[in-house]
Design a protein around this ligand. Structure first.
Ligand SMILES: [Zn+2]
Length: 354
C-alpha cells in the first residue's frame, strides 16, 4: 500500500463570502464538508495517510509565477477590506493569509513527495487556483496553486519535467497560459466543452505557443460525457502522451464538479470514474493532487475515493443503478466525443508519436 500525505489550509474559513454578504458557491462549506467526511469515517487512518502541517508560502514562492504588481494588488485589496474583484472572484480582510497558506499547503504536499516522505499527496485547499493567470484573478482563483508548485519543484528540488493534468469540469486556462511556451511543463486539461461554458477557453485547437506547441492538450468533453469517455481519452491519448513526456512528477488539478450530481456543470463522472482516473495516473507516477472546484454534497465522498485510489485500496462501491442510468444518458454524446477525440489525435500526431 502506498503512503499518502494529506494537508489542508486550516485558516480557509477566513476566506468567506458571508463576511461580505455576497453569495458565492466557493464557500468554506466545501472544504468543511470534505474534512467532516474524512474525520467521521476515519479515512486518513484507513488509507495510511500522514497529516502534514500547512506552512504559509513566501512572497518569493508566489513571484515564481505571479507578477509583483499583481501580488501587490491582492495584498492591498485584502488588507483594505476586500470585496468583489470581478470574474466571480472575491477577497476578504483575511484572504491574503488564507491564500498564502493554501499555496504553502500545496508546496508542503509537493515537498513530502519529492523528498520521499510519502508516495503521493493530496492538498485539500481553497480557494482553487487553476483559472488564475500570472497577472490576474479569475473564476474564484487568485493565486495559481499548482503552477506555483511546479515552479517550486523545478527550482528548489531540481525536478526538470512536470506534468499538470486538470480533471475539473472547467478548463485549466490560467495554468495553460502560464506554461504555454514552456517545454518543461506538460499541461493536459479534460473538461466540459467550453463553447458555451466558463472559461470559454480550452479548445482542442489551443496547443501552446512556440517553442512548446504540443505541450498543451485540451480535450473538450461533450455534455453528459462520463466514466467511459474519460477512460477512452486517458487510454488512447492522455496516458500515452504522459509516457512519452515522462514527467518527474504529476500534479493533478482535481475538481469534483465533473461529478454527475454537480448542478453547475453537465458531466457524469461517478465514484468509479474518479477512482479509475486517479489510479491510472498514480500507478505510474508520483502524484500530488490539488483540490480545485466541486460544489455538491458528495465532495467528501469523492475526496475519500481519491485517497483510496492513491493508497491503492478500494472499498467504496459505485451505485450500479445510477451508473446504468448514466450510461443511457451518455449514449447521445458518444458520437460527438469520438469526433472530438479524433480531431485531437489528428492534431497531436505532429508532436507526439503515440
Ligand atoms: Zn470547476
Amino acid at each position: 500500500m502506498s503512503t499518502i500525505g494529506v494537508v489542508y489550509n486550516i485558516n480557509h474559513e477566513l476566506h468567506d463570502y458571508m463576511l461580505k454578504g455576497f453569495p458565492s458557491p466557493e464557500s468554506p462549506e466545501r472544504l468543511q464538508r470534505i474534512l467532516h467526511h474524512l474525520w467521521n469515517n476515519k479515512v486518513l487512518e484507513n488509507n495510511n495517510c500522514t497529516l502534514l502541517l500547512p506552512v504559509a508560502a513566501s512572497i518569493e514562492d508566489i513571484l515564481r509565477v505571479h507578477t509583483m504588481d499583481y501580488f501587490s494588488f491582492v495584498k492591498f485589496r485584502s488588507s483594505s477590506g476586500g470585496g468583489w474583484l470581478g470574474n466571480d472572484t472575491y477577497l476578504c480582510e483575511g484572504s491574503l493569509d488564507v491564500l498564502l497558506q493554501a499555496v504553502g499547503s500545496v508546496l508542503e504536499a509537493g515537498k513530502a513527495v519529492v523528498t520521499g516522505q510519502c508516495d503521493h499527496a493530496f492538498a485539500l485547499i481553497r480557494p482553487p487556483g487553476h483559472h488564475a493567470y500570472a497577472d490576474k484573478h479569475s473564476g474564484f482563483c487568485v493565486f495559481n496553486n499548482s503552477a506555483i508548485l511546479a515552479r517550486y519543484l523545478q527550482t528548489i528540488y531540481s525536478c526538470p519535467k512536470i506534468a499538470i493534468i486538470n480533471i475539473d469540469a472547467h478548463a485549466s486556462d490560467g495554468t495553460q497560459n502560464i506554461f504555454s511556451a514552456d517545454t518543461s511543463v506538460l499541461c493536459i486539461s479534460v473538461h466540459q466543452d467550453p463553447s458555451n461554458f466558463y472559461p470559454f477557453k480550452g479548445f482542442i485547437r489551443e496547443m501552446g505557443c512556440m517553442p512548446a506547441i504540443g505541450y498543451t492538450l485540451n480535450m473538450e468533453m461533450p455534455q453528459e460525457a462520463g466514466n467511459s469517455e474519460y477512460f477512452i481519452f486517458f487510454e488512447e491519448i492522455g496516458l500515452k502522451v504522459l509516457e512519452k513526456f515522462s514527467p518527474d512528477i504529476v500534479i493533478l488539478e482535481c475538481g469534483f464538479d465533473s461529478y454527475y450530481k454537480e448542478k453547475l456543470t453537465r458531466l457524469n463522472l461517478t465514484v468509479n470514474g474518479y477512482y479509475n482516473i486517479v489510479s491510472s495516473i498514480c500507478r505510474r507516477w508520483h502524484t500530488i493532487v490539488v483540490l480545485e472546484g466541486g460544489y455538491h454534497e458528495d465532495v467528501g465522498l469523492l475526496a475519500d475515493v481519491v485517497l483510496q485510489a492513491l493508497a491503492d485500496k478500494r472499498y467504496t462501491i459505485d451505485d450500479v443503478d445510477q451508473v446504468n442510468l448514466l450510461a443511457a444518458r451518455q449514449s447521445s454524446c458518444r458520437l460527438l466525443f469520438e469526433n472530438k477525440l479524433n480531431k485531437l489525435k489528428n492534431l497531436i500526431c505532429f508532436y507526439w508519436d503515440i
